[in-house]
Design a protein around this ligand. Structure first.
Ligand code: SAM
Length: 244
């Protein structure tokens, strides 16, 4: 008869074997019909932001937005997730990019909820943003602000300084690319080439929050009046929710 000790070790041995034979593979899925409609083919297409689209949608809905700001639009993938949240919350999305992204392909039904401004995002945070809000009869505040631009340290610092004061109470600052490296892992376990940017975004966040983080881990935290949560996969995504 095997010793009780060796019996108790069986589950961990099986676990080790499974880990070797069947690597962890999770996938992002899109059960919400509005989000699925807004994303269209992007719900399953390979992109560095795909694993975060559900988070962008949900955190924005949870912000009870009237105005949602997107800094960094490019092909409009994150725009689609934000537009889905705007549709659910009856809000508006303002996208800002250095490049002219006004012609990006977006589902027609969501287009009336979208405005695009071609500008440097830091410069636009001042009078440009205030004027835009006045024109729509809104206070110069956004309930959700997604930052996905250069990912450079100095620029991210400037973005936080310019846009954190524009965040409404209870709102969320959302950051992509908070765990950048020469290679990144997707949620499904695949490795893709990335870019080592010397911790540009997370370093700027550390400075803002007065904390050090290990961005290769999943973590939650509280600092400087924000609830913080971070996931490390797909170049990292970090949410700062402003506590009342
Ligand atoms: C990573 S892409 C954005 C991807 C987009 N969020 C998506 O999901 O498809 C970065 C974008 O930031 C823009 N960008 C870089 N620096 C900027 C700045 N200072 N102000 C505004 N946009 C900027 C670039 O033109 C580029 O389109």
């Amino acid at each position: 008869m095997p010793a009780p000790d060796s019996i108790s070790r069986i589950p961990s041995k099986i676990g080790r074997l499974l880990r070797r034979l069947v690597p962890a593979r999770w996938h992002a899925s899109t059960p919400d019909p509005v989000l699925a409609e807004a994303l269209g083919p992007w719900a399953s297409a390979a992109s560095d932001i795909r694993d975060h689209l559900g988070t962008i949608f949900l955190e924005t809905v949870l912000s009870r937005p009237r105005l949602i700001v997107e800094l960094g639009t490019r092909g409009g993938v994150s725009t689609r997730a934000l537009l889905a949240a705007a549709e659910v919350a009856d809000a508006h999305v303002l996208s800002v990019d250095l490049a002219d992204c006004s012609g990006v392909e977006l589902p027609q039904r969501f287009r009336p909820r979208w405005s695009f401004v071609r500008a440097d995002d830091v410069a636009f945070a001042g009078k440009g943003f205030a004027d835009f809000c006045t024109g729509r009869g809104l206070p110069a505040r956004a309930e959700a602000i997604l930052i996905d631009t250069s990912h450079e340290y100095d620029h991210t610092r400037a973005e936080i300084a310019a846009w954190a004061p524009r965040l409404a109470a209870g709102g969320a600052l959302l950051f992509h690319d908070t765990n950048m490296a020469a290679w990144f892992r997707r949620l499904d376990g695949r490795a893709e080439p990335g870019r080592d940017n010397a911790r540009g975004v997370i370093r700027a966040l550390e400075e803002f929050l007065g904390k050090r983080f290990d961005e290769r881990t999943f973590f939650v935290d509280r600092a400087q009046g924000y609830a913080v949560w971070h996931v490390p996969w797909s170049s990292g995504f970090t949410v700062l929710r402003k506590l009342d």
